[in-house]
Each structure stands twice: as C-alpha cells, then as structure tokens.
Design a protein around this ligand. Structure first.
Ligand SMILES: [Mg+2]
Length: 270
C-alpha cells in the first residue's frame, strides 16, 4: 500500500518513471537479516528490464563488495559488484576525485585490499589522509600511529558515523566510538562520507554524470536513509518493512516523496 505521495515532488502524475538511478538501503528494505522481503527481487528485476541503474548502499565498511554480492545473489537479486557501494567505495570515489594518493588505513584486511585494488598506496609516515573505517582489527599500534599523524594535522576522513552495527546476534560497536576516541585524543573530528551525509550519494551521482533530480533513494530509516535523500535533493522513498512504522513517520518533521509498506508496492510505479 502507498500511504503518501508528495504532490509537490511529482511531475506528469508519476515521478518514478523518470528516475534513472535507484539507491537501495539493504537491511530492512530488501531483506531482513537472512530473509528476502517479498517482491523486493521483482522490483529490482523490473528496474533492470527498464534499464534503470540500481545501486545497493551500505554504511558498513568492514565488509567489501564481494561479500555483499554473494549475499544479494544468493537471495535472487540480479546485480554486479560495481552496483554495490559500501561507505568505503563512496569514500574511494571522493578521494580519487581529489587526487589523494597515499593513505594510512585503519580498517579490516578486506578494507585494505579494496584500497590497494583502487591504486592507493599506504604510508605510515607521510600519508595524504588518515582513513578510518569500521576496523574490527584495530590495535594499539594503529591507534598510536594515527594519533601521531593527526597531531601533525594530516587530513582525517572516516567512512561513516554509525555508533553500533546490527548483527544476527544483536548490536556490536561500530566506528562511532573510534571517532570519539580520536576526538578525545586530538580534538579533531573527521570528514565523514557515509549516511546520513550526502557524500555517500553525491559522489556516486557525479561518477555516473547524473543530476540529483534523476535519482531516488529507497530505505527504511528516517534519520539516515531519508535524511540523506532529502538533503541531497533526490527523491525519498520510505518503506515500512524495517525500522520505521507509520506512526514514527507521522510524528517526524521529515517529509518524503513516497511512503510505501514495502518495495513491492513500488512495482506499478516504475
Ligand atoms: Mg536499513
């Protein structure tokens, strides 16, 4: 069921037919944990038939594209590794655009692998950027080295801001606590790319030479997915299949383009 379609953001009666790129949040939007949300695969397939680009977004920079591709393919989504953007992939686009070459990484082995595959070099002594990810392999040595660099005013970038990360077994500590630790140590806060910051989508929109008016974001969280979509001036589609209930939306100040029970309800609109 479609609850609301914001008339101010519609044109020709149905704005979604003009969308050239759909961004998807994954958990709560396309699946819940290991369970496919009914019809989500059909919506994604219909977009593919219509030659509409589909980009799957995740703030989680501890996993790489290959790991998400495996999960999405297993659930029946037709996609390629290049269609998946973790906050690290969006950060890579930004740093490449800015001609950054050397990085001191704080991240998992798959995080480091993705940076090397994209042509960056690592430096402990004189990097262009200290890049903080969701580092499940963080050590005292890495903290100390980053601290020394940050004291010398080396540029500081973090992939995303989440404080905790949902898993099958409950919540685990994410990058937010590390950001707070470096703030306590150095008084510095990083530039942050991932949701709800618009960098997560704006770098990708630029990469595909599109306009924001040609893009839409589908997600289940108001203050990350929808906040980012509204701030980035792309169409905002809230689905109620995950975290947000209709009462939460009605109480919120954030007004989105479309509210739907699930992505399945969007099939007739594209
Ligand atoms: Mg979600």
């Amino acid at each position: 069921m479609i609850y609301q379609q914001n008339p101010r953001q519609q044109s020709n009666g149905n704005s979604l037919k003009e969308v050239k790129l759909f961004f998807f949040d994954m958990d709560g939007t396309l699946y819940l944990g290991e369970k496919l949300i009914e019809g989500a695969d059909l919506f994604v397939s219909k977009l593919q038939e219509n030659n509409v680009r589909r980009i799957f977004l995740s703030n989680n920079s501890s996993k790489n594209r290959k790991e998400y591709l495996k999960k999405l393919t297993k659930m029946g989504f037709k996609c390629a590794a290049e269609d998946i953007f973790t906050s690290l992939n969006a950060t890579i686009l930004k740093l490449k655009n800015e001609k950054v070459r050397t990085i001191y990484p704080l991240g998992t082995p798959s995080f480091e692998e993705e940076l090397l595959e994209n042509g960056f070099e690592f430096s402990k002594e004189s990097p262009d950027v200290v890049l903080l990810g969701f580092d499940k392999t963080l050590t005292y040595e890495k903290i100390d080295n980053a601290y020394q660099l940050l004291k010398r005013n080396v540029r500081f970038v973090a992939t995303h801001p989440d404080v905790t990360c949902p898993t099958e077994e409950g919540y685990i500590p994410d990058i937010g606590g590390f950001i707070a630790m470096f703030e306590k140590l150095t008084g510095r806060l990083p530039e942050i790319v991932g949701k709800p910051n618009t960098g997560m989508v704006s770098e990708i929109i630029k990469h595909f030479s599109l306009e924001s008016s040609e893009c839409a974001m589908v997600g289940d969280r108001l203050y990350t997915d929808m906040r980012m979509a509204v701030d980035a001036s792309i169409k905002s589609i809230l689905v109620l299949s995950g975290e947000t209930k209709i009462d939460d939306y009605e109480k919120s100040d954030l007004k989105v383009t479309i509210v739907a029970d699930s992505v399945k309800d969007l099939i007739p609109l594209v």
